[in-house]
Design a protein around this ligand. Structure first.
Ligand code: SAM
Length: 248
């Protein structure tokens, strides 16, 4: 199966045609996904998965509840995406990632899953089509986090659920130190603190429902955190609404 082929197969398409055209012209090198293409070669090693990603995926699966149309942004090789489909046979599940290397490793997984190549800052989907969006261990890599949140909000239905899981260092100095180090290594990322993530979500028009630490053996000093948020119903007065994303 070719990545990106079956996101809307046989039913109303979830895809956003103009966004997809832009993505088709995006080379992996220009988009920075080459690093992740290389990483995909070792990504599925059982020890790596067990020690690092499995506890995070378990936490998301427990929190997902009864969603029926679910998007996994920065899905990587689709380990979580496939488990979502396994545990919710009737749900429509789509994994989206900008790395073709990661996606091609996911495409062999069983189950009717849509694999779509796309950038978190320009999700190739129509407005208000998913009732849950999840993203695990990926958000810190998005160069424009504000824009990624605006996109996640756009594709969620009102009252839709957002689940974000990543390391959120307790203080900003730690976030800044890792950001500086990763920049020097040529692959910058930014782990927001729990408070910063909450502020980002609220500025994007989400209501934060909860934040809790996830225990895992790898990196015990910097445990990941699961943040749950919802997109308010139309006309709700609980938030001020989103700021416009900055132009890219
Ligand atoms: C550490 S992996 C996590 C994969 C998966 N979510 C998991 O938990 O196993 C980070 C993923 O984010 C993807 N990614 C990074 N920046 C992205 C962007 N701007 N748009 C879409 N995907 C991106 C990478 O290609 C990679 O597959």
């Amino acid at each position: 199966m070719e990545a990106g082929q079956n996101a809307g197969a046989g039913r109303t398409s979830l895809k956003h045609a103009s966004s997809q055209r832009r993505l088709d012209g995006m080379s992996p090198t220009r988009s920075g996904s080459g690093f992740f293409d290389a990483w995909s070669l070792v990504y599925d090693f059982p020890l790596v998965q067990l020690a690092t990603y499995r506890p995070v995926h378990n936490a998301v699966l427990r929190a997902l509840e009864h969603s029926r149309v679910i998007l996994d942004v920065g899905c990587g090789t689709g380990q979580l995406t496939a488990r979502i489909k396994e545990t919710r046979a009737r749900a429509r599940v789509v994994g989206c990632d900008f790395s073709s290397g990661m996606l091609h490793r996911g495409a062999h997984r069983r189950g009717a899953i849509g694999w779509v190549r796309g950038d978190a800052a320009r999700l190739p989907f129509a407005d208000e089509v998913f009732d849950a969006v999840v993203s695990t261990e990926a958000y810190h890599w998005f160069p424009d986090q504000e824009r990624a949140l605006a996109e996640m909000r756009r594709v969620l239905v009102p009252s839709g659920r957002l689940l974000l899981a990543m390391v959120n260092p307790p203080v900003r100095a730690v976030s800044t130190a890792f950001n500086t180090g990763s920049r020097l290594l040529g692959r910058p990322f930014y782990w927001p603190t729990p408070g910063e993530l909450r502020t980002q979500l609220e500025a994007a028009g989400f209501v934060v429902v909860g934040q809790r630490r996830i225990f895992r053996l790898a990196g015990m000093l910097l445990p990941p955190m699961l943040t749950s948020a919802t997109k308010p119903r139309r006309g709700s007065t609980t938030t001020a609404g989103p700021r416009s994303p900055s132009a890219s």
